[in-house]
Design a binder for this molecule. Sequence first.
Ligand SMILES: Nc1ncnc2c1ncn2[C@@H]1O[C@H](COP(=O)(O)OP(=O)(O)OP(=O)(O)O)[C@@H](O)[C@H]1O
Length: 330
Amino acid sequence: MPVIDVKHLTKTYTTYKRGAGMGQTFRSFFKREEVSVQAVNDISFAIEQGEICGMLGPNGAGKSTTIKMLCGALYPTSGEISVLGYSPARDRKRYVGKIGAVFGQKSQLIWDIPPIDSFNMNKAIYGISTPDFNHRLEELAALLEISEVIEKPTRVLSLGERMKCEFVMAMLHQPDILFLDEPTIGLDVIAKVKIREFIRQMNKKLNMTCILTTHDLEDVEELAHRVIVINHGEKVFDDSLQRLKVFLGEKKQVSFTFVESVQNTPFDNDYTKVVERPSDFQVTLEVDTASISISEFIENISRKHGFSDISVKELPIQQVVMNIYESAQA
Ligand SMILES: Nc1ncnc2c1ncn2[C@@H]1O[C@H](COP(=O)(O)OP(=O)(O)OP(=O)(O)O)[C@@H](O)[C@H]1O
């Protein structure tokens, strides 16, 4: 039986247009124009215990709205959600002890006090026994390498340190399900690697189910067994990571900053396409890695042009969504 079962989930937000300027704002006090936003439109899926499911989609696709409904923070407009047999928004009091959540854009730690005090607050809220609390805290802090950090005020922590503490906060009561909304946003490569490793370990050790929304395809590649892609509130893909890779294609985007102007240099050929030229010295190229390895490609370029900076990225998620649409129409 799935631990998460979502059927025909829909969320429509209703807001009111205020208009621009004093006049329209004043008028809006008397006559408000209603605006509806269909954020989630008839989404269904089921997730088994122990799965890590990545949820991808461009900005405004409806990922956070879906996660908020799964956490019980928002009531759906229609449709059904069952998580561990609970209806998240209706059974919120009994349900919250079963789940943990980490939101990359919203802290659960109290800003002016050290994380250890916030952890103790969760100890009281969730009724965690002192031996369990001490043992879990020691283990989690050691895994994330933050034992030194948890006694400093939260406001002085680096983003990476704070995010690691957010994970401890979410894990101390050992939830069955962990909801992660962009947990690696803004983090450097080292912190991302550490946090991904932590999620993998928790998933393995506790058979914990995870739902993860992200813009970072690397998060999904490193963690997810299964991927759901949402666009304009609708589910456009729900399959394994292997199947998603077909749509990712064997392509990468490589951006160079050259030491001399390449304004008139043509880079297009059978396996390279110019994506953009932000300046005379900079160019972003799409490289078909089925035809040439990235290292060979970089070597070829460096033989002709000196460069001072380079970055290699996956295709942006918008491109992946486009590839999914194109294949559906083919
Ligand atoms: N409280 C709200 N009131 C009105 N509209 C909202 C509200 N929250 C979200 N929306 C709208 O719903 C749509 C989906 O937003 P949501 O935050 O779920 O997308 P997302 O996929 O998480 O986007 P992002 O990747 O940019 O965080 C957007 O059009 C957004 O403007």
